[in-house]
Design a protein around this ligand. Structure first.
Ligand code: HEM
Length: 236
């Protein structure tokens, strides 16, 4: 698999197959999300939801497979390996763009998962079609408590498996704790968001548009990174 990903690419003269495939799929997923936005604008709620769902699942499957095969996260942070331009451009242009890209990817992923749950909560199915409902949308304190307790339970079970069954390192435990921590934080933040934007439909539209703009920015920054690495400043 690693050899296949390292083979010459098909988009730019200096690209690798892995980098080109990754970029092409990033374009496809972003276009799917932006098209889902268009469907929502046309009030086609069910198709909007189905396309978002399909894009999310395919994006996650691809991300997990690809990161597993290539450990792109690590490679990207060591970007100097593939960057053939001047040090000044690397420090002042490439690294800030790459950092912005990675921050947006994290933010976009968190917001997308949040929006899927929020979408279901903010909609009713009327005559087979999902419709946003203009009404106050709040987690009731009992559900909030049980969601947090379930999350804590899942974390504890996962931690026990990591330590006693899989004998993983402290760093692996810490990474998982961070993932569970982020989920808990988002659920907690929802209580603050509820106060600022009590209407579920308005919340969906406002945060949904923010999420879509972030997706478009992710594509713009990955395009710039790709161009700098494989077209403008490839390593000789
Ligand atoms: C990543 C997840 C999601 C994002 C980013 C998102 C984004 C959006 C945006 C931006 C709009 C407003 C369009 C506009 O007026 O500009 C919207 C509307 C809507 N969304 Fe979502 N959405 C997501 C998930 C969902 C889900 C899971 C459902 C249903 C279960 C859903 C149902 C709807 C409906 C019914 C509308 C209203 C369409 C209308 O105006 O009649 N969305 N969404």
């Amino acid at each position: 698999m690693k050899e296949l990903l390292a083979k010459p690419g098909f988009l730019a003269a200096h690209g690798t197959f892995g980098a080109d495939l990754s970029y092409l799929l990033a374009v496809v997923f972003t276009v799917m999300f932006l098209y889902a936005w268009r469907l929502a604008k046309k009030a086609r709620g069910t198709q909007h939801h189905k396309l978002i769902f399909a894009s999310m699942i395919s994006m996650l499957v691809y991300f997990i497979g690809y990161y597993y095969a290539r450990q792109l996260g690590v490679l990207a942070l060591e970007g100097i390996e593939g960057f053939g331009g001047p040090q000044e451009t690397y420090d002042n242009v490439f690294i800030p763009i790459l950092t912005t890209h990675l921050i947006l990817v994290c933010l976009g992923l968190i917001l997308a998962v949040y929006m899927i749950f929020q979408g279901f909560r903010a909609c009713d199915k009327v005559d087979g079609e999902y419709r946003l409902q203009s009404r106050e949308l709040k987690i009731n304190p009992k559900s909030f408590k049980s969601v947090m307790m379930t999350l804590a339970g899942l974390w504890a079970v996962n931690q026990l498996i990591l330590t006693f069954v899989r004998h993983k390192s402290f760093a692996a435990g810490l990474a998982w704790a961070l993932i569970f921590g982020v989920i808990a934080l988002v659920i907690y933040l929802e209580r603050i968001i509820e106060k600022a934007l009590p209407d579920g439909a308005r919340r969906h539209r406002l945060l949904g548009r923010t999420t879509m703009v972030i997706f478009a920015m992710i594509l713009a920054t990955s395009t710039l990174t790709y161009l700098m690495l494989y077209v403008i400043y490839p390593k000789a």
